[in-house]
Design a protein. Structure first.
Length: 517
């Protein structure tokens, strides 16, 4: 699993340098190896030449004398050098006279040479003067040279590894101090800038550098300054300031061009909104593209407001024309716009319903029917109208009852007067027939009583008419009150006539009594 370190630039630079240095050192090591190998080969060749030269010279006399013991001692003395693996001495017929070699423990034994291909062979003739006595073969072992060569190679490899490690550590420290730390600070500043934090500042020692790091730091400072300027402009636009002027820093300044275009479009949108606020719904809204959500929403808003205005206008026109059953269709709108139509409908209902109820009650009263009191609660001033109408109904009910009671009392009084008149008439008929004056008085009284009865019936008729007229409204109430005043005056006249009649009856009774006596 890769760590953050092996992804870092210092690791990559260090690894690249290590690979490069390793290749260079490996090339140097290979050169050293081949040089040392050639040198070892040349050394072994020179050594074998020296040995073969001594043997060919030293073995000539013992071979001439056929002194095998001396030859063997000479061979063994030469094999004292461990680099010699075997020595073979042959006669002139190539028959082996002496064959010395080393065993696994590198001890000298007499045996045939084994695996001669792994050994370095050097041979020479043994001669006495011009006579060829035989030959000698010297086998030199390569393993000691190879071991020395391997040790040298291992030393070179260790040196390369140590140099690589030291170089890597030194390079990492240098790269970290000279590059990584400044780059890390720049990366941190860029990350802060990417997160929208414009408070980032770079150290002066970075800005004063003359290398690429200094150039990068100064470029980043310019970028931070430009971003701050753009942020301030965007914040001003966000706060509603569309009067600002945006300066394009170059022909390639796409950000400022986009900001200028945004301000221009927002100004056009504000112009449309101002026209709509002034009530101008004929203002033209042109979306910038199919993805201009603000423009498309503004077009839809203008259409919706126009529909609301038309709906409310139709509703108010209908109310003005007396068409009180027409209402706006809130289902055609959504959200708060539907609430507006519902509110207008509720407003019309709040006005029309009390008016309809009041009109219905007045119509019933005008037809002579006294309806029940209005139980429904109205809002605001309509509740005062309800209370006034209920008060008028209560007054009409009480007034009709009073008129009816008065009419009944008048009828009762008239009946009593008529009965008294009949009793007096009967009494006077039984008295002296000669009392013409009393009879005449009684006839006059009877006529007055009949007139009173007629007046009572007229009063009852007037009372009934007053009761009917009272149901016609406030004007009928006033007429009824006037009629009641007239009735009251006539009742007073009747009471006065009744009093006079009682006096006449009393006088007649007295006169009749006297006459009887």
């Amino acid at each position: 699993m890769r760590t953050q370190f092996d992804k870092s630039i210092q690791f990559k630079i260090g690894l690249s340098v290590i690979v490069l240095s390793t290749l260079i050192l490996s090339g140097f090591a290979y050169y050293q190896y081949t040089t040392r190998k050639n040198w070892e080969y040349d050394r072994l060749s020179a050594f074998s030449d020296q040995v073969i030269s001594r043997l060919s010279s030293n073995l000539a006399l013992p071979m001439w004398d056929f002194d095998d013991g001396k030859m063997e001692r000479i061979v063994i003395s030469e094999m004292a050098d461990k680099n010699i693996a075997a020595i073979v001495v042959t006669d002139q017929n190539d028959s082996v006279i002496i064959s010395k070699m080393r065993d696994e423990n590198w001890n000298i034994i007499t045996d045939e040479v084994k695996n001669p291909e792994e050994l370095l062979l050097n041979q020479a003739e043994i001669a006495k003067g011009d006579e060829n006595l035989g030959g000698v073969k010297v086998y030199v072992a390569k393993q000691f040279s190879e071991e020395a060569l391997n040790r040298a190679n291992w030393d070179i490899l260790m040196a390369v590894i140590v140099l690589d490690i030291l170089l890597f550590i030194g390079l990492i420290i240098s790269v970290r101090v000279l590059f990584i730390h400044p780059i890390s600070r720049i990366v941190s500043a860029v990350n802060m800038l990417a997160r929208g934090d414009l408070s980032v500042n770079l150290a002066d020692n970075m800005l004063s550098r003359k290398d690429e790091i200094g150039i990068l730091a100064n470029s980043l400072t310019v970028l931070i300054s430009a971003t701050k300027e753009t942020s301030e402009l965007a914040e001003a636009v966000a706060n509603g300031n569309l009067e600002i002027e945006v300066r394009e820093r170059s022909d390639q300044d796409q950000m400022m061009k986009a900001l200028n275009l945004m301000i221009s479009n927002l100004r056009a949108t504000v112009h449309v909104a101002e026209k709509m606020a002034e009530g101008d719904l004929d203002v033209r809204v042109k979306p910038l593209s199919e993805k201009d959500m603000l423009g498309l929403s503004l077009v839809q808003m203008v259409k919706t407001i126009k529909r609301i205005v038309r709906s409310i206008s139709c509703l108010t026109d209908a109310v003005l024309e007396g068409k009180l059953d027409i209402r706006g269709d809130a289902e055609k709108f959504g959200g708060e716009y539907a609430k507006i139509i519902h509110g207008v409908n509720a407003t019309v209902d709040a006005v029309v319903n009390p008016l309809k109820n009041t009109s219905d009650y007045v119509r019933q009263i005008s037809k002579g029917r006294l309806p029940d009191l209005i139980k429904e609660e109205y809002k605001g001033d309509f509740n005062e109208t309800r209370n006034s109408l209920n008060t008028m109904i209560e007054n009409l009910i009480r007034f009709a009852a009073d008129v009816q009671n008065t009419a009944e009392q008048v009828a009762t009084g008239s009946g009593q007067l008529s009965s008294s008149a009949e009793q007096i008439s009967n009494s006077t008929s039984q008295q002296a027939a000669g009392v013409e004056e009393i009879s005449s008085s009684m006839e006059e009284m009877s006529s007055m009583v009949r007139q009173s009865a007629e007046n009572a019936r007229e009063t009852a008729t007037i009372a009934e008419k007053a009761a009917r007229d009272a149901r016609d409204g406030s004007m009928a109430v006033r007429e009824t009150i006037q009629a009641m005043r007239s009735i009251s005056e006539k009742i007073m006249i009747i009471d006065e006539i009744a009093g006079q009649t009682n006096m006449l009856a009393l006088n007649a009774a007295i006169e009749a009594a006297r006459a009887g006596e």
